[in-house]
Design a protein around this ligand. Structure first.
Ligand SMILES: [Zn+2]
Ligand SMILES: [Zn+2]
Length: 370
């Protein structure tokens, strides 16, 4: 059989000198000292709450095939146990990262004695847990009958942090703009005691198409695709949530809101200057910048709502429900087109706007334009 050789990347330091009851070892924090040659490999590790530690049972006895140790009387194969007497004497434990100081990691939950050689450190993969949670049949049935139930519960409990984590799954990043959208929309939903089924009975009128609008879309369920989102291209961080009867609430960011956020996170400005203006992309600066940006996005959620926004009850004119239009086929490209967007080119022949070189509206980062 081929042989492989490993060399440790670090060493465990704690108060336990002899292999002991693993629960006792886990009780107190341990330090993992990473050897200096590997210090660069720790870049950005602070972003992880949990780590997988792979280590070598350097004082363990030779491997056995079965194990009765942990549950007396119950015989289990070594591969069905966490026994330290194993073929390759490799240990693997998920730990909580408490703190990093240079090349030292303070962790909780490690069951390795002092002096244990550490072979590898990885960020913890939780995707399988998340998948299994989402696939849980009871939860899935609940979501099939009421797709927004989780979001609704979080709105009523004002759990803006949890809402932002979900909204960012489509927004792609965390930022104060998204946070403001989440806050404004959560407030408006609670103010109107509104529920949303994406059928245009509840409408959101956004006055901007930046990050804020994504927070509004996620929390209110009024989106670009279900026609419950109306876009007024006026460039204000503001939106109105309204029922079909036109009674609603408009929430607008205060003129000083940017300043309030800036003052709440003074470190960000400096780092922003370094990274964006001076283009300093060194790993340490980038790691600090990302962490500060994240703290700022989540921290925005806990700024006093009324320091950031004004709230006003309003009456709005509501458009009719979106009509369903017939489709026709373009005589050039052969694609289906909504009849109201097609040009009649003869007796029941039609042409789409792009094929006919006709002007049409576009919404992009710069707003709506022809
Ligand atoms: Zn954003
Ligand atoms: Zn066409």
């Amino acid at each position: 059989m081929e042989q492989y050789t490993f060399s440790p990347v670090g060493i465990v330091q704690n108060h336990i000198e002899k292999p002991d009851d693993y629960r006792k070892i886990k009780e107190k924090p341990s330090t993992i000292e990473v050897y200096e040659t590997y210090e660069e490999a720790l870049t950005g590790i602070e972003a992880n709450d949990y780590l997988d530690i792979i280590f070598y049972f350097h004082q363990s006895e030779p491997a056995t095939m079965t194990e009765t140790h942990s549950y007396p009387g119950v015989l289990r194969g070594v591969f069905a146990s966490r026994s330290r007497r194993r073929p390759n004497l490799i240990g693997h434990t998920t730990v909580k990262l408490l703190e990093r100081k240079g090349n030292k990691l303070l962790v909780q939950g490690l069951d390795a004695i002092s002096g244990t050689p550490v072979l590898d450190i990885k960020n913890c993969d939780t995707s399988l847990f998340a998948y299994e949670y989402e696939q849980n049949p009871v939860h899935q049935n609940k979501l099939k009958s009421s797709p927004r139930i989780d979001i609704r519960n979080e709105i009523f409990a004002n759990r803006t942090e949890s809402l932002m984590i979900k909204a960012a799954q489509s927004h792609g990043h965390y930022c104060p703009g998204l946070a403001l959208g989440i806050m404004a929309a959560t407030h408006a939903m609670n103010h109107l005691e509104a529920e949303s089924d994406g059928m245009e009975d509840l409408l959101a009128i956004t006055e901007t198409n930046n990050c804020f609008a994504d927070g509004v879309q996620f929390v209110t369920g009024c989106t670009f695709g279900n026609n419950a989102l109306i876009f007024k291209d006026v460039g204000k961080t503001a939106f109105t949530l309204t029922q079909r009867d036109g009674k609603g609430v408009r929430i607008a960011s205060r003129p000083e809101s940017q300043q309030v956020i800036r003052e709440a996170f003074p470190d960000f400005r400096e780092l922003y200057k370094k990274v964006v203006e001076e283009q300093d992309h060194s790993p340490e600066i980038m790691a600090e910048y990302r962490k500060t940006a994240l703290d700022r996005a989540f921290g925005t959620l806990s700024i006093d709502f009324h320091k950031l926004f004004t709230v006003k009850e309003v009456e709005t004119e509501i458009p009719e429900y979106a009509k369903i239009h017939d489709s026709v086929i373009c005589d050039r490209c052969g694609e289906n087109i909504m009849k109201t967007r097609a040009r009649n080119t003869g007796e029941d022949t039609w042409r789409c706007l792009p094929c006919g070189d006709d002007p049409f509206y576009k919404l992009d980062g710069n707003g709506i334009r022809l």
